[in-house]
Design a protein around this ligand. Structure first.
Ligand SMILES: CC(C)(COP(=O)(O)OP(=O)(O)OC[C@H]1O[C@@H](n2cnc3c(N)ncnc32)[C@H](O)[C@@H]1OP(=O)(O)O)[C@@H](O)C(=O)NCCC(=O)NCCS
Length: 190
């Protein structure tokens, strides 16, 4: 293989399980379907994510299959967030998706069940995930695309050192309405 310090390392096998003080970050499985359905159909969780809610468990299972397929193909990676004392119960998830191999970038996405908001959980999960993105995947930059009204997401990104690099006016169309979006970026410090 061509030697280049900028080469991406896109190999998610074996799955990189991550640990933090309170959390276990593990792969998704079909047993997570009920929790995924609850998360991805909650109007509170989806308030600033303009995407169609999951309609039933069958759709959650199909989403899990797609996540597993993308992981298998090294196209994306998603970590289920669970508390260490309840490793089976998904309380949220965090992912690198839309991986742009040519330009060594990936997009970070995350959702958390409202019962766990504002307890520093996503900050705790994002830290080792970002470290994995820079140190193991060798990403040059990580992006997050958010609805600018999503103050929770904005604060989280600022806390993690992301800079706001763009604001697009009404560039996102969903169900007969145009939404603004903001792009936040973090560069590999290495
Ligand atoms: C965005 C989200 C992941 C934040 O998770 P979280 O675990 O509550 O975030 P943290 O507790 O780690 O908080 C990180 C920082 O943001 C702040 N913050 C979190 N939610 C906030 C809110 N709603 N309003 C203002 N600040 C908020 C926290 O106070 C913290 O700052 P601090 O350390 O100075 O106190 C969570 O609210 C969520 O899942 N929302 C629904 C899904 C979603 O919108 N995902 C993002 C799509 S782009």
């Amino acid at each position: 293989m061509e030697k280049n310090k900028f080469n991406l390392h896109l190999n998610f096998h074996p799955f990189p399980v991550l640990h933090t003080r309170r959390l276990l970050l593990r792969p998704v499985g079909i047993k997570d379907a009920q929790r995924l359905y609850a998360l991805r159909s909650s109007p509170l969780v989806l308030k600033y994510i303009q995407k169609k809610p999951l309609q039933n468990i069958k759709e959650a299972r199909a989403m899990i299959k797609m996540i597993e397929h993308n992981w298998f193909e090294n196209k994306a990676i998603l970590w289920v967030i669970a508390l260490k004392e309840e490793p089976e119960m998904m309380i949220g998830n965090i992912t690198f998706w839309r991986i742009d191999a040519e330009h060594k970038r990936a997009e970070l996405g995350y959702i958390l069940s409202p019962d766990y908001w504002q307890q520093g959980i996503m900050q705790e999960a994002a830290k080792p995930v970002i470290e994995y993105g820079f140190k193991k995947m060798n990403l040059h930059g990580i992006e997050a695309h958010i609805n600018p009204e999503n103050k929770g997401s904005e604060h989280l990104l600022q806390k993690m050192g992301f800079q706001k690099e763009a604001h697009f006016t009404e560039n996102y169309y969903y169900e007969s309405k145009f939404y603004d979006s903001a792009i936040y970026c973090l560069q590999n410090p290495g």
